[in-house]
Design a protein around this ligand. Structure first.
Ligand SMILES: [Fe+2]
Ligand SMILES: [Fe+2]
Length: 149
């Protein structure tokens, strides 16, 4: 494993989550959802900073995203972003978080011998798990609330 390459990859994975949630802030359906997104954005910002600082400390250039958010989504989840409805937003959020958790499983095993670094990966992954649960739960209540309209 090339650790620097992996850190660059995870920097982009976290940037995808951060940018994806930031772009949705103005179109969210209510205050509760907006606060939930704001909190997720804070956590994703922390994840991005962790990898960014690691690269800076090692004098490595921070990767840029040619093609922006859409290209980034294609790279990690293989589909374009349709964030026009709440249902799609929850589905995409769940897809991105599922991909992140899967990638963290591998990265945690690869860095087992570095307890401090490894611990941070566990914590990031658990944040992603909580995000996934939130998206799944809200997707469920969104779908069931539509039944009664
Ligand atoms: Fe994250
Ligand atoms: Fe996340």
């Amino acid at each position: 494993m090339d650790l620097i390459l992996r850190v660059k990859e995870f920097y982009l994975l976290e940037l995808l989550q951060l940018k994806m949630y930031e772009t949705q802030l103005d179109s969210l359906e209510n205050d509760y959802v907006r606060h939930a997104y704001e909190r997720m954005i804070e956590l994703e910002q922390g994840h991005v900073e962790f990898y960014k600082n690691y690269l800076i400390e090692n004098n490595i250039d921070i990767p840029t995203i040619p093609g922006g958010l859409m290209a980034l989504a294609g790279k990690f989840i293989g589909k374009s972003l349709d964030l026009t409805s709440a249902e799609n937003r929850y589905k995409l959020g769940a897809a991105v978080e599922t991909k992140a958790i899967e990638m963290y499983h591998a990265f945690i095993l690869e860095t087992w011998d570095d307890p401090n670094f490894n611990r941070r990966l566990w914590h990031n992954m658990i944040d992603e798990e909580l995000h996934l649960l939130w998206f799944k739960d809200n997707q469920k209540s969104f779908i069931s609330s539509k039944k009664y309209i």
